[in-house]
Write a protein that binds this ligand. Sequence first.
Ligand code: RI2
Length: 297
Amino acid sequence: MHAQEAAGKIRSMEVRGALRIAVAAARALEEEIISGASADDVRRAADVLRDARPTAVSLPNAVNYVLHIVESHASDDPAVGRALVLGELAAFISSLESSIDQAAEHGAGLVVDGDVILTICNSSTVVEALKTAKRRGRRFKVFACETRPRWQGHITARELSGAGVDVTLIVDSAAYHTMKTKGVTRAFVGADTVYADGSVVNKVGTSQVALAAKGAGVPVYVLTESVKFYPYSLHGATVEIEERDGAEVSDIRGVGVFNPAFDVTAAENVTSLVTEDGLCPPGEVRARMEEKFGWML
Ligand code: RI2
C-alpha cells in the first residue's frame, strides 16, 4: 500500500490502533522506497502519513525513524544505500511487530486465576495479552467498556470471545459500578501516547476508568510498546487531542456536540506501564524515554 492510500485508511480509521497505524505508515514508506521514490518523495510521503491522525505519537515516531534511516544513508553510494535502508527498515518493522508480542507476553504474565479484568476500547496489545493468558490456561473474566461513540469495545469483545475468553460488554458509564459489584481485580488499557511524567493519552474515557479504579482500589496497567513514548514531552510538549465529527455522537438538530477521541490519564492513577521490556512504573518512563529516543533528541 502506497503512502496516500495508507494515509487515507488511517484517516478514515479503516486502519486504526496506535501500533497498527505506525506499522502501516512504516510499510507504506518501505513500499515507496521499493518503487524507487527519491529522498524528497519519501519526505513528502512521510508528511502525508504523519498528518493522517494527530494524537498517537507512534505514527510520527515511526515515520521519523524511517526518515532517520533514509538520512543516515544519504551520502552512501545510491545502490548500496538503498539496500542498507531497506534492510534497516525491514528490521525496524519487524521490531515494531514483535514489540506487541513482547508487551503482551509481559501483560499476560500479570493475569492470575480468578482475575476479573476491565478494559476500554480496542487495544491490540491488551487483546493479545488476554489471548495469551487464555492460551496458558488462566481462568479469568473480562468486562469490556463499549467505548462510545465508535464502539471499539465491541471489537474487543468479539476478538476475546472468538478466543474463548469469558467476556461481558458494559456501557462506559457502568465502569465504576462494575468494579464495585463484580469483583474487578485490575484494569488493562492501551495507550496512544505516553508522556515523560508517566501520564498516558488513550481513548476518551480511560481517565474516568482510572479514576474509578482508584476509587475502587483496582490497579491500572497500561499495556504499551515504547514506540508510543513521546520524547518531546521531556521538554514539556503535549499532543493534540483529536476531536472528531459530532455526527459520530448525535444528529439532534440545534444541539452542539463535543467529541474528543482521547483523554489524558494522570500518572498518579496508573499503577504501572507494561512495555516490551516489562513493567515500567510511571516514575521510570522519563529514563526509558531518554534511553530509547536518543536518536531523535
Ligand atoms: P493498540 C486506539 O485508538 C485506542 O485508544 C487504543 O487503546 C490505542 O489506540 C492503542 O491501540 P483508535 O485508533 O496500539 O481506536 O494497543 O482511536 O492497538
